[in-house]
Design a binder for this molecule. Structure first.
Ligand code: AMP
Length: 402
């Protein structure tokens, strides 16, 4: 029998489960889908078989275990069930791998225990990721399950970038350091950007700006991450859809002491009710741009704060890297919002950065340059593909072990 070539990828969020089934011979998608609003009465499953149409259903799905079983049923209806002999492995996105996991890892009991031990630093995500792995394992105990960690790409960060300036004994006791997230995206986009320049990743320095609902920047030196904007948790760094990003830590003491808020209330404020949403009541960049076009000053200020922070990180990572070959924009905002790209780079000509308005205005399509022909530093739009990256890493690992 020929070796199995399919990889199923699960990406569990705190209340969602996205999945894709890929054939690694040509990286094609056989099926894609998602379960959203898990734990609510109105959970929704959307499943698409490539070339075979779309199915959708709503109704309560209690937890990630039930969600994964619902996905297995949908796949089975299309003859693509988990029992298929063509399935080589299942790849799971795991948000927090701490210091322990520097690479994709085949799951065994010890790996599960270690992911569990990291729950205090990723309370929203790691439990959902664990449930996904456990359920998939129970459904296909013989199949390799591979954990691909959001933090792994950033484990190459040198100590000066990874450490906070606090007592190392306290930091180590509580595992406090800068881990970074969105690692599969930063890895994929930095490599894809090198290819766009016709170079090997080991030949270029790239600043990656992952601007989605969550947002992070990274400095990638010759293929290795040397700094990234998210830290112990995904709260640090850029202004995001609903997260504040960087702020003076004393804001928290102030809110507790003077604002009389509890730690949980402050946590919710900074993670769920801040960022663009907190500033102007909208976290969708399309809506914010529409309001700006209508003269809305609140939306305009939110946009300017968002851009100011991105600019600061471009400057910071330029200094960290010394020389920069490319700045790459990715994720929902980075790939689609031309005004964000234009504003983020505006005024940086002295650093060799510029955007060509016509190239920047082109919508859709694959990886592309948006800087003028003569530019010293390439500015690029590089659509991210975390599922493909997880599948590629999973397949490479399982192939190696076969
Ligand atoms: P992501 O987290 O990568 O899925 O990105 C989601 C975010 O991308 C949304 O909240 C929007 O702010 C943004 N977005 C998606 N499509 C567009 C678009 N066409 N123009 C501007 N922003 C967009």
């Amino acid at each position: 029998m020929t070796s199995p070539t399919r990889v199923l990828v699960f990406n569990s969020g705190s209340s969602s489960l996205k999945y894709q089934l890929l054939d690694m011979r040509d990286s094609s998608r056989l099926a894609v889908g998602l379960v959203e609003r898990i734990g609510e009465q109105t959970s929704r499953v959307e499943h698409t078989r490539t070339g075979g149409g779309n199915r959708e259903r709503t109704g309560p799905i209690a937890d990630h275990d039930a969600a994964l079983k619902a996905v297995a049923e949908e796949l089975a209806r299309d003859g693509l069930g988990l029992d298929s002999p063509e399935l080589a492995a299942i790849g799971h996105r795991v948000v927090h791998g701490g210091m322990f996991f520097t690479e994709p890892t085949v799951v065994d009991d010890e790996v599960l225990t270690e992911i569990e031990r990291l729950i205090p630093v990723a309370p929203l995500h790691n439990p959902a990721n664990l449930t996904g792995i456990r359920t998939a394992r129970a459904l296909r105990p013989d199949l390799p399950q591979v954990a691909v960690f959001d933090t792994a790409f950033h484990t190459t960060m040198p100590e000066p970038a990874a450490r906070y300036a606090i007592d190392p004994k306290i930091a180590d006791r509580h595992r406090i350091r800068r881990y970074g997230f969105h690692g599969t995206s930063h890895a994929y986009v930095s490599r894809r950007t090198a290819r766009l320049l016709g170079k090997d990743p080991s030949e270029v320095n790239v600043i990656v700006l992952h601007l989605g609902n969550g947002a992070s920047a990274s400095a990638v030196e010759k293929g290795r991450c040397v700094d990234t904007s998210m830290g112990l948790t995904p709260l640090e760094g850029l202004v995001m859809g609903t997260r504040s990003g960087d702020l003076d830590p004393a804001v928290i003491f102030h809110l507790a002491r003077v604002g009389d808020m509890s730690m949980d209330e402050i946590d919710t404020l900074l993670n769920k009710r801040s960022g663009l949403f907190g500033l102007c009541g909208d976290n969708d960049m399309r809506e914010i741009r529409r309001r700006i076009d209508e003269g809305d000053e609140e939306a305009a200020l939110a946009f300017d704060i968002y851009i100011h922070r991105i600019k600061k990180y471009i400057g910071a990572y330029y200094a960290v890297l010394g020389t920069v070959d490319a700045v790459a924009f990715t994720a929902g905002v980075g790939e689609n919002a031309a005004p964000v790209r234009e504003a983020a780079v505006a005024g940086l000509e002295g650093m060799g950065l510029a955007v060509d308005p016509e190239r920047n205005a082109v919508r859709g399509g694959g990886p592309r340059l948006i800087s003028p022909e003569s530019a010293r530093v390439a500015v690029a739009v590089v659509p991210t593909d975390e599922e493909l990256e997880i599948a590629t890493q999973t397949y490479a690992l399982v192939g190696k072990n076969n």
